[in-house]
Design a protein around this ligand. Sequence first.
Ligand code: LLP
Length: 422
Amino acid sequence: MNHFIYKKDDLYCEDVSVASIADQVGTPFYLYSYATINRHFSVFEDAFKDLAHLTCFSVKSNPNLAVLRVLASQGGGADIVSAGELFRALKAGIPPDKIVFSGVGKTSDEMGRALESDILMFNVESDQELRVLDKTAQDIGRKARIAIRINPDVAPKTHPYIVTGLGENKFGIPVHDSLATYTLAKALKNIRVKGISCHIGSQLTEIDPFLDALNKLKALLRELQGMGLDIDFLNIGGGLGITYDDERPPHPGEYARALKETMGDSNITLILEPGRVIIGNAGILVTKVLYTKSTTHKRFVIVDAGMNDLIRPALYDSFHAVQPVRVTDSQMVEADLVGPVCETADFFAMNRKMPSFKPGDLVAIMSAGAYGFSMASNYNSRPRPTEVMVRGKRFSIVRARETYDDLISGEIIPEFIGEDKD
Ligand code: LLP
């Protein structure tokens, strides 16, 4: 459930009309609903309430400070994959003891920053990384709490680019090899083994792959306990899918029930790293029609947002619903909704029935809260859009629109370019 609803013919975010925000901030812009973020998080939390658990929001899905602050104020932690995300999570007020750090390529500098902040733990993805972490911890006189990220080799049945739990993926360590890594971890002086983690993929619409992974983690847990290791945490990652079109992903309640059943009675704390399920349907991208044009092949609706603002359709051929900000009685026509970027991949919808938009109309690209702004770029030297949050009747810009000066900030024209030829 989300709070983007029509009141009569106008699309509202909570109690604010989307068109009135467009009037004040210009287009394109990302728009987030505070009530929706809160609701999604509390439904998720509620689902796990009778199980020891920690919910670490996956910062990569939406790293805006205001979004992180909403979750921090609800007791959420953070799943981070870089020192930049650590910086953001801390700035937003997420306590370090609720932060877990994943990723196959953490640098020693990043590890050092996370150790200085005393985060809960690192999800370690290779023996080499483990040794660098041990050395880094030694250099700064800290102990590093860790989980080893397992690659459970299960098929999550999602887009190949966002599958992470198959044997052929770069993530984690195969279960059978992980015993050697745990043995190494146990022997390293500055490492404290705390858990087992995994993340098998994103936008999963079935529960079984999660349960297959959890069962593998549990089997490993018994072996590790046999080795005398104290494991306090099992981390099942994120990945629960959402409805973009007609997908029917499990409700968080159903997901939680199945995980709890599989966990059984234990003293283990479950860590969850949801991103999309919290923020995906809590955000939209609002854009304005610049032009329409029809060829013998197609009708194109050209809007002022581009693939640099929302790359998911270009990258994953993903579906985002397209809705009018003001409903008119125009009939539906088949068209491509495209941006101004000089690439044929610059589309939001292809061969889609949509209202016969005219120049000046506002269009809402739905389900854009996750991996929307966070994957935006300046391609074609386009300033990234502003981000806005609504709460009830109020709204606030939560990230200013980039300026042309922002575009060139940090660029340097060296003097030698103006010198005579050598
Ligand atoms: N934990 C780890 C270690 C992850 O790598 C990810 C996402 C998550 C948690 C959160 O997954 P979620 O609950 O959001 O599915 N850009 C792609 C998605 C990439 C996901 C990468 N990892 C997209 O737009 O669909």
